[in-house]
Ligand binder design. Structure first.
Ligand SMILES: [Zn+2]
Length: 135
């Protein structure tokens, strides 16, 4: 196949701190200083109490698998060579959920499977994928 590059994440002023930390192999989430709720995806205001006092803090990178799907026909040609692969929703230990690429065999996927972050190089950038805990 020709050399088609993977699509890059869209980085905004609000989400830039998240992606900068990912590139350092660190997983940071916003936490609200008013109500203490953890926030993901990155936002300007807390979705719980609307405070703008959100602080970036290191998160555990741990979670449990909530839902998943096996992709056979990728939404972008660069990903087609990697099919079939799994994507899923991980409920992070801090509370919020994250849609992510899963580095888990189809046979091992199950509800509430403990998972952890795995930083994967794609093009010039690291991306936060998830794997089975302890792999
Ligand atoms: Zn809040």
């Amino acid at each position: 196949m020709t050399n088609i590059s993977f699509p890059e994440p869209t980085i905004t002023a609000v989400s830039k701190p998240f992606w900068d930390k990912i590139n350092e192999k660190q997983f940071y989430l916003q936490q609200c200083e008013e109500c203490k709720q953890w926030v993901f995806y990155p936002r300007a205001h807390c979705p719980n109490c609307f405070s703008s006092k959100l602080t970036w803090k290191e998160a555990s990178g741990q979670g449990k698998l909530k839902s998943w799907s096996i992709v056979h026909r990728a939404g972008h040609p660069a990903w087609q060579e990697r099919t079939p692969y799994a994507v899923g929703v991980v409920q992070l230990a801090e509370g919020p959920s994250l849609l992510t690429h899963l580095l888990i065999n189809e046979q091992e996927l199950r509800y509430q499977l403990p998972v952890e972050i795995s930083f994967q190089q794609l093009n010039e950038r690291l991306l936060p994928f998830f794997q089975k805990k302890g792999d």
